[in-house]
Design a protein. Structure first.
Length: 284
């Protein structure tokens, strides 16, 4: 499995099959002005999340019956603030269009039940300040349990890490190994702002780490010990293991979209800290 997918190649399309797992997916689309794109959701539920620009979302059933239309106000950039969004169930057909052009993320999760489409207003997105000191980061909990319960498997949030700060700290896991009780696959989709602190660009960078412990070897999982330089538009897949910390280089704010899904009957973001670093939480 390739865990790091640098930007600059083909458009981002992560499916459970391409990732070698069961649930999580992600697409990132560039909408050209006035040109609609139509795509089926297939066996996955999705969020339609504007990254830049505004767009219209038309939802139909697979037999062509119109279901809903949402006009998303969007935002200038992921570093500008929260955005409104839409949820679309499996076995749907999406038509996305934008008069001025837009960039949109489609995080997804394979599921069995079809839920109706639903609009998510920006004003309803809870914002959390997590951590302390150089581990402070801002979390936009637009698609997490409790804040958004209209989903089968899909869990999503956005994080903004200020320049020079650490995130995903302490390192944590949510996999089949003890003492975890919740299993989630996870995708990190990174954006890095440039000198104006708003416009994404490839000049800045961050760092991401994923690794396993002795309990993973005992469970028969292949050892992971990966540290990546991540730049704007990169994707990191986390099938299992501890992930974090990740860090934003001085001068460059770092954004990442978390996409999670797993086999549990109920959605959960429960995790287990690396016991070697769990004490850090008590210092916040």
């Amino acid at each position: 499995m390739t865990l790091h997918m640098p930007a600059g190649g083909p458009p981002i399309v992560v499916t459970p099959d391409s990732a070698g797992w069961q649930f999580c997916g992600l697409r990132v689309l560039e909408l050209r002005p006035g040109i609609a794109q139509t795509l089926p959701t297939g066996s996955a539920e999705m969020f339609v999340l504007p990254l830049a620009g505004e767009l219209s979302v038309q939802v139909a059933t697979t037999d062509g019956a119109a279901e809903e239309t949402f006009d998303l106000a969007g935002r200038e950039s992921v570093f500008s603030g929260v955005t409104d969004f839409a949820y679309v169930g499996r076995d749907s057909v999406l038509t996305l269009s934008s008069a001025a052009g837009a960039q949109v993320a489609l995080p997804s999760a394979r599921c069995t039940n079809r839920l109706p489409p639903l609009y998510g207003p920006a004003v309803g997105v809870p914002i959390e300040v997590r951590g302390a000191g150089p581990a402070t980061r801002h979390v936009r909990n637009f698609g997490v349990p409790g804040a958004w319960d209209h989903a089968n498997k899909l869990v999503c949030c956005e994080l903004i890490t200020p320049p020079g700060n650490w995130s995903s700290s302490p390192p944590h896991k949510h996999d089949m190994t003890e003492p975890c009780r919740v299993v989630n696959e996870e995708i990190y989709y990174y954006r890095i702002a440039g000198t104006d602190q708003v416009t994404p660009g490839r000049a800045g960078f961050g760092l991401h780490r994923t690794y396993t412990g002795p309990e993973h070897a005992a469970a028969g999982l292949t050892a992971l010990d990966e540290s990546f330089e991540v730049r704007d538009g990169d994707v990191v897949l986390i099938p299992y293991g501890y992930h974090g910390p990740c860090v934003a280089a001085p001068g460059y704010p770092m954004y990442y979209l978390n996409v999670l899904a797993g086999p549990g009957e109920s959605r959960s973001m429960a995790f287990c800290d690396d016991p070697a670093h769990a004490w850090i939480r008590d210092t916040w």
